[in-house]
Structure formats: structure tokens, C-alpha cells
Design a protein around this ligand. Structure first.
Ligand code: SF4
Length: 472
């Protein structure tokens, strides 16, 4: 919100239920039903489909005026029945919308009644309600709440059939990352601690980036398996990825099952990837693997190569808080000047961790840190700070265009380019990828400026004259 406005104009955040959809899509054989009007699920389906370039089916209880006045119980039960008959999911997440929260439907009671009334089709299903009123918080909090609800539900029921210590590591995300990043995380975890030694939640590597098989699949295969989620209570340790918000699933597992945990930043850039690789190596009881020492060495080589082009470039970074913190770290490590750092939503740890990282790498850097702002306020801040480039989601493109500066697209959402699901920013490989993209964008912008200054002639020689090379 700007000084001149008492309304939010072009919010940087999306509403809570869309975050819960992203979390539920990361578990095996699941569907989400939004308890609210049809428009909510239409908006979210479109938003997610544009970003991930996949069909995204989301159920709706299609509340209308009648439901808003008399309660949405009937609609929700009908919606659940239809969803089960058409998709046959094992898990159904029910996320509330503004309307359902405003009328105050008791979702737990409605689910209990539904299970009793429709025992034949409902008895084997796991139905998980998540309260996601959209007039508070953001898609990030919706994601965190849904992951917590999933963990609570599965560890209360005993899907794995076991209470036996599994000696595994739980890795729980508190912010959505791309399918490519999820695959990279799986690779790092498999290489360092072993393929069957971790449980990653949520896992959208396949569900939001599925191969075409020629068969119509109503629910894409993949996601964290139900038995793995149930088994999280038997694990030896936990890593929460993301530090700007409280990872509620990790806190719950630690408090309830006494599993030791640590929260680490998303591994974006050199330092934050080092922290993850070191933590995993310590858990595995090994030295840093040679393959990862080499990857790290190649990243440092890339940083040396890029340094002369990007050093001192003034940049504004915006988006989801943990993603922004990681990109800030990467920018600082590479000598850039992050003059404006903006988290779309309010997060308890964002400003503190951002300032800490600035202090560690470039204490004299004059940086403005904002959070919980809309694009109107961001626009004003960009005009004041005058960065030379933006790094963030595609919603900043109008500001970049108006300012005549380049935008490197990263984060969520990216509607106006293809390949968002394959953007890699995690790990040493992700850092190299980001560094190349940022540096090449700067080089391209510089070239465009130089064209006007040192423009080449229209042609090198008159077309009607032949040239002969004469030897000296
Ligand atoms: S803000 Fe509320 S009404 Fe709008 S899409 Fe989200 S849940 Fe639905």
C-alpha cells in the first residue's frame, strides 16, 4: 500500500488456498477441493496451469447465494462425492476460501457426516481440511498450513503400519520451489545421504512436470508417498528448508515425536548451498563428496568469469521471502549491489536474515528491505531506488518495461514465458544457472546500449563493387 492509497493495488501475493493446492499436489494420489465459489478454483487452476504448463484439476463446492445464506454443507458433500467418483483420489485436501470462512462452516463436522452418509465410497479416503481464509496472510502461509495438516493427519493414522525407528532424514519445504529444483534436491539428498535414507515433502517433481505418456491421467503419478509421510514420525532427524517463516510441520514433528531438527535457508547461491551440503555430510558422517567439491569449484570459476560483468550492478529483488533471501545471498556473493529487496508477504524472519546476510558480505551496502507490499508500492520504491535490473516473478515486467531495465524471471508466478517448471536455482548447479542468466541479461542490456553508441555501418562495402584480396 502506498502513501497515496488506502487500498491494496496489484498485490504481490496470491491467496492462501493456492499455496495449499501446491502443497497437496506434492503428495501421491491426491486432489484438492476448494470449499467456496467456482471462481476461486478457476482462478487458481488458470494461475497454476500458466506457470507449470500442465493441466491442473481442482474441485469446487460451487457455493452460490443459497449456500452463503444457509451454509455450504450440502454443496461440500456433493462436491466430495463427485470428486471421488470422477477422480478416485486416496487423499482429498479441503481448503476453505474467503466465502466459506466468512459463513463459518464447520468443515470437520461436515467431513464426519459425509463419511457416515457415504461410507461405501468414503471409508478408505483420507480427507484433510485446511483453514485458509484469504483475507489474511498469503499463498506462502497456505502452503505451510497445508504441509502441517498433511503431516498431522498421516502421522496420526498409521499408513506405514510401523512405529519402528527408520533412521531416515525428513526434509520439509516451507516454500514452494520448482519441479526442477525439487529434482535437484532429490539428487543432492540421494548422493550425500543415500536414495532410501530421506523423506522429502512435498515433492512436485513429477506431479507438476509430468511426461506425456499417451494415456489420459486424471491424477499425475508422483509426489511423496503416503507410507513415507506416515513414516516421518519414525525418522532420526529433520531439516526444514526455508527460514523466514516458522516451518509448522517441522515444529509439530519435533514437539510430538521428539525428532531433532534444524532449519536451513533454501540452498540458493554458494553459502546457502554450502550450509546444506555440510549439514547433509555431517548427518551422513562423510567428508564433502568429491563430485560436490568439483561442482562447487566450477561455481567459483563461474563467479570469477562473471565478476567483471556484474560487479556493482544495482538490482531489485522481489518475490516469495525465502526465494528472495537466497537470490539476495547469491547477488551479494557475486559483487552485485542489491539496493531494493522485497518480500511479497510478511514473514517473521525475513528482514533480520536479509540484514544479517548483507552485514556478512557487504556491510556498506545501502539496501532498502520491504515486505508485505503491493506492486504499487514496489513500483514507487523501484523508481526511487533506480536499479539497473529486476530479479523476480513475471508480474514485475510492467515496472521493468516502464523503467527500461531488464527482468530476470524467477519464482512464482511466471505467466509470460515457458519453462518456469524447469528453472533451476537450487544447489551449486542452480547457482551457476542463475549466474549465467543474470550475467547474460546484463551483457545483452549493455550491448543494446552500445549499439546506439558504436553502431555498425549498414553495410561494409558497396554492393556493386567486387573486392579482391591483394597479397602484400
Ligand atoms: S481471494 Fe478469496 S475469493 Fe478470491 S480467489 Fe482467493 S479464496 Fe477465492
Amino acid at each position: 500500500m502506498t502513501d497515496r492509497s488506502y487500498a491494496t493495488v496489484n498485490p504481490c501475493i496470491m491467496c492462501q488456498p493456492i499455496g495449499s493446492v501446491m502443497a497437496f499436489k506434492g503428495i501421491e494420489n491426491s486432489m484438492v477441493l476448494l470449499h467456496g465459489s467456482q471462481g476461486c478454483s478457476t482462478y487458481m487452476r488458470l494461475h497454476l496451469a500458466h506457470h507449470f504448463r500442465e493441466p491442473v484439476d481442482i474441485g469446487s463446492s460451487s457455493l452460490s447465494e443459497k449456500g452463503a445464506v444457509y451454509g455450504g454443507s450440502e454443496n461440500l458433500k456433493k462436491g466430495l462425492k463427485n470428486l471421488i467418483l470422477r477422480y478416485d483420489p486416496k487423499v482429498i485436501g479441503i481448503s476453505t476460501t474467503c466465502l466459506a470462512e466468512t459463513i463459518g462452516d464447520d468443515i470437520g463436522r461436515i467431513i464426519a457426516e459425509f463419511k457416515e452418509e457415504e461410507e461405501e465410497i468414503a471409508s478408505e479416503r483420507i480427507i484433510i481440511p485446511v483453514s485458509t481464509p484469504s483475507y489474511e496472510d498469503s499463498h506462502n502461509s497456505g502452503y505451510i498450513k497445508a504441509v502441517e495438516a498433511i503431516v498431522k493427519e498421516f502421522t496420526a493414522t498409521d499408513e506405514s503400519g510401523s512405529d519402528i525407528f527408520n533412521n531416515k532424514l525428513n526434509v520439509v519445504l516451507s516454500e514452494n520451489v520448482s519441479p526442477e529444483d525439487t529434482r535437484e534436491l532429490r539428487r543432492i539428498l540421494s548422493d550425500i545421504i543415500g536414495t532410501n535414507s530421506f523423506i522429502l515433502l512435498p515433492d512436485i517433481s513429477e506431479t507438476f512436470d509430468a511426461p506425456i505418456t499417451g494415456e489420459l491421467q486424471k491424477i499425475f503419478p508422483g509426489g511423496t508417498s503416503h507410507s513415507d509421510i506416515s513414516d516421518m514420525k519414525n525418522s532420526a532427524a529433520m531439516i526444514g528448508l526455508g527460514i523466514t517463516n516458522v516451518n509448522r510441520a517441522v515444529s509439530y514433528l519435533e514437539q510430538t515425536f521428539d525428532i531433532p531438527s534444524q532449519n536451513l535457508p533454501l540452498p540458493i547461491g554458494l553459502e546457502y548451498t554450502d550450509r546444506l551440503v555440510a549439514a547433509l555430510s555431517m548427518i551422513a558422517g562423510t567428508d564433502i563428496l568429491e563430485a560436490y567439491q568439483k561442482e562447487r569449484g566450477r561455481l567459483i570459476d563461474a563467479m570469477v568469469d562473471a565478476h567483471k560483468y556484474i560487479y556493482g550492478t544495482k538490482v531489485a529483488i522481489y518475490g516469495d521471502p525465502d526465494n528472495v533471501l537466497g537470490i539476495l545471498s547469491l547477488a551479494l556473493e557475486n559483487g552485485m549491489h542489491p539496493i531494493l529487496v522485497v518480500a511479497s508477504s510478511k514473514s517473521p524472519g525475513f528482514a533480520e536474515y536479509a540484514m544479517e546476510r548483507v552485514g556478512q558480505v557487504k556491510p556498506d551496502c545501502n539496501v532498502t528491505i520491504l515486505e508485505d507490499v503491493d506492486f504499487d508500492a514496489f513500483n514507487d520504491a523501484v523508481k526511487k531506488a533506480k536499479p539497473e535490473m529486476l530479479i523476480g516473478n513475471s508480474n514485475g515486467k510492467y515496472i521493468a518495461k516502464e523503467m527500461g531495465i531488464p527482468l530476470v524471471r524467477v519464482g512464482f508466478p511466471i505467466h509470460d514465458r515457458v519453462g518456469a517448471q524447469r528453472i533451476l536455482s537450487l544447489g551449486y548447479l542452480g547457482a551457476m544457472n542463475m549466474l549465467d542468466r543474470v550475467t547474460n541479461t546484463i551483457l545483452e542490456a549493455q550491448e543494446e546500449k552500445l549499439v546506439a553508441k558504436w553502431s555498425e555501418p549498414d553495410r561494409y562495402a558497396p554492393l556493386d563493387r567486387e573486392f579482391h584480396i591483394t597479397e602484400a
